[in-house]
Design a protein around this ligand. Structure first.
Ligand code: NAP
Length: 314
């Protein structure tokens, strides 16, 4: 018998259709349909659903739901909105996504490393002025978060010749990277990072982690890249550090509110580069293939893939 797989999504019509096409293509032996189109009888039999910004109320209409496959790597909203539910949440851990993120980290690290914001500003005033270039080995890049994204980013930066140090919750080792954990570990990473890259999940512990005080630990003239989640950094504190010249530049892909409101001062700040949450967009083909592997495994032997630890929040 074909399994019914409801897709619970709050996306544009075009995006929803594109995901349905990719998921149906990857799961030809299942009936992938919009959750709102499932009959009551179909809903009663559902044990696994696929989700992309779902309306949590719709998931409650699945009485036998055992787990939800998220199409996103960050699941803080889904976790917060389904706190009382007892189904497991499996997030997107596509190696292609990690590779895409590592590419973005390298691209924007090089943007800062090669002084591109400064040369762009010089072009605006027709100023012809050269500045010395550091070797990658003279530059320490700090990476906060050493999971799928952080590890891939560290490896790519090391391959490029940068000195890399990283910080995670528990001890980890990555070839060529000085790794740290715990509160003291964070201090050690911040103190030596001339470019700091944030790749942490947003959890109760990481919300507001980068404050006025913690940012003070960064060396003078350091830059910051946030490819994780906006609320991990105190935006007002970040602005103060940029305005007083302690920090040189920030590349921000994620914000407290998205899309970034028109009236936000971040848009026009000369030392901020804004990206519209694009550092690692989920690739529909590779992600659907991974979703299909997880779901087929479950249908064969009832194994639920490694799911989010609801106490830790990631
Ligand atoms: P992950 O595999 O779960 O890794 C999370 C890392 O953060 C782990 O190293 C973990 O430490 C560490 N960590 C968690 N809580 C911590 C804490 N309190 N103190 C110190 N370290 C802590 O997650 P991932 O797949 O790498 O993704 C990370 C985040 O990237 C996602 O949650 C999402 O928000 C963001 N993201 C953004 C985009 C984008 O386009 N902007 C795309 C994809 C993902 P342990 O190793 O000890 O567990």
């Amino acid at each position: 018998m074909r399994s019914v797989l409801p897709f619970a999504a709050r996306l544009t019509i075009t995006e929803t259709q594109a995901w349905l096409d990719a998921l149906r293509n990857a799961l030809p032996d299942c009936d992938v349909l919009l959750l709102e189109d499932a009959t009551e009888a179909q809903r009663a039999g559902v044990e696994v659903a696929i989700a992309a910004n779902p309306d949590p109320a719709t998931l409650k209409t699945l009485p036998n739901l055992k787990w939800v496959q998220s199409l996103w790597a960050g699941v803080e909203h889904l976790l917060a909105e389904t706190q009382d539910a007892d189904f497991a949440i499996v997030r997107m851990t596509d190696p292609h996504l990690a590779k895409t993120m590592a590419e973005a980290v390298l691209a924007w690290t090089l943007y800062l490393h090669r002084d591109m914001p400064r040369y762009r500003a010089q072009q605006d005033v027709r100023l012809w002025q050269q500045h010395p270039t550091l070797l990658p080995s003279q530059r320490t890049i700090g990476v906060l978060g050493l999971g799928n994204m952080g590890k891939a980013a560290c490896q790519t930066l090391v391959q490029h010749g940068f000195k890399v140090c990283g910080w995670g919750r528990s001890p980890t080792s990555i070839v060529g990277v000085e790794t740290h954990d715990g509160e003291e570990g964070l201090d050690a990473v911040l103190r030596q990072s001339t470019i700091l890259v944030c790749l942490l999940p947003l959890t109760p512990q990481t919300r507001g982690l980068l404050t006025e005080e913690t940012l003070t630990l960064l060396p003078n003239g350091a830059s910051f890249i946030n490819f994780a989640r906006g609320p991990i950094v105190d935006t007002s504190a970040l602005l103060r550090h940029l305005d007083c010249g302690h920090l040189a530049h920030a590349v921000l892909d994620v914000f407290d509110e998205e899309p970034l409101p028109q009236e936000s001062p971040l848009w026009s700040h000369p030392n901020i580069t804004i990206l519209p949450h694009v550092s690692a967009l989920t690739n529909k083909q590779t992600a659907s293939k991974l979703v299909a592997e997880n779901i087929n495994q479950f249908l064969i032997n009832r194994t639920i893939p490694l799911s989010v630890d609801k106490t830790l929040g990631y």
